[in-house]
Design a protein around this ligand. Structure first.
Ligand code: ZN
Length: 355
């Protein structure tokens, strides 16, 4: 009897473990979909969605088979979003997604076979230029369109965003989930990548996990998010190797790793100062923001200076930052001189720097 019970329990435990590892795989795919090739996770940028439509053009010189393939691909995406795809003439000034398909020379193919180049303002896309080679357009057009709709990453998993995915002719359930959720009210443009990944993974649990396992999956999501933050924090404070996601996200150089670290320092600092998916912790925020600022992250320097001006930091938290601002010229801090001066003249910095 005892033996039988032990057996049952271990089978149950194995099932839960297997499910949790499946859930974590999905969470990882979602997180990796947010990472740019430069090794930096992207904030929430998307197309304006009020008109529920997108205007696209295809160059007239494209082969008709690839032009049709591109049309079909745009339609696959707009169908998921319940939007209208409006094709306009090449060169039309209102075009949003400008697709150019042409024959690439061998040396161009070595560089890139397909490419998406975004422009945006106030966290909304204004244009996406898609350059596709005639030789590979049939394989990469959906992938590039996923980039064009807001997903810069290349996750390992069952999605057309994957570098290793064989079948690129239709959207996968994960792609459809990402698109639908990205253009829902659950996602706010401009917010921290930590907030967007938390929202996306929570939504994935709600939409994909059967009711009886919802509670376990919600707990797994919380644990996954905390583990992810820990990995980012270890990277930010230079403990251990850079996270694998950094290398999986693309062409990472040493310079890229440094820039990525400075960016994560700023992102974590902002999260701790505002309580974005973490408990507020000003001391930790102050340390991370200063690290980021010293490593050339201008955004981190700006947050730091503005918060010093508010006089809400303790002397203990502020001293190192005030000293840095006092001894570093604006050419290096990359701050507006008035902003830097205001921080130095704050009560906090005056008392921190007093002999
Ligand atoms: Zn790509």
């Amino acid at each position: 009897m005892i033996k039988a019970l032990v057996f049952v329990c271990s089978v149950l435990a194995t099932t839960v473990w297997a499910q949790e590892s499946e859930w974590n795989k999905a969470f990882n795919v979602i997180w990796e979909s947010r990472w740019q090739q430069s090794g930096i996770p992207m904030g929430a940028v998307r197309w304006p969605s009020e008109s529920k439509s997108i205007k696209f053009s295809i160059n007239k010189s494209a082969s008709s088979s690839n032009a049709n393939r591109a049309r079909e691909a745009v339609n696959l995406i707009t169908k998921v979003l319940d939007w209208k795809a409006i094709e306009v003439e090449e060169g039309n000034s209102e075009v949003q997604i400008e697709i150019t398909i042409r024959h690439y020379k061998d040396d161009e193919l070595r560089q890139a076979i397909c490419h998406a180049s975004p422009s945006w303002a106030n966290w909304l896309y204004t244009k996406q230029k898609l350059s596709l080679s005639e030789q590979y357009a049939y394989r990469c057009v959906l992938h590039e369109l996923m980039h064009a709709f807001g997903f810069p990453g290349h996750p390992q998993g069952d999605t057309v965003l994957s570098y290793f995915e064989g079948n690129q002719s239709s959207l996968k359930p994960m792609d459809e989930f990402l698109l639908k959720t990205w253009y829902s009210n659950d996602i706010k443009v401009g917010v921290s990548p930590f907030i967007t990944v938390n929202e996306l993974t929570q939504q994935w649990v709600l939409k994909h996990v059967p009711q009886p396992q919802q509670e376990a999956a919600a707990a797994a999501q919380i644990k996954w998010h905390q583990d992810m933050l820990k990995t980012m924090e270890d990277f930010a404070t230079a403990k251990g190797e850079p996270p694998t996601i950094l290398y999986r996200s693309g062409r990472i150089s040493e310079e890229g790793v440094r820039a990525g670290r400075a960016n994560i320092q700023g992102m974590l600092g902002a999260a701790y100062i505002n309580g974005w998916t973490v408990d507020k912790d000003i001391s930790k925020a102050a340390r991370l923001l200063l690290m980021g600022a010293q490593a050339g992250n201008n955004g981190a320097a700006g947050i730091l200076a503005r918060h010093l001006t508010l006089d809400t930091w303790s002397k203990e938290d502020a001293t190192a930052s005030c000293q840095w601002l006092q001894t570093t010229p604006v050419a290096t801090t990359k701050l507006n001189a008035t902003v830097q001066q205001a921080a130095l003249e704050s009560k906090t910095c005056k008392s921190s720097l007093a002999p």
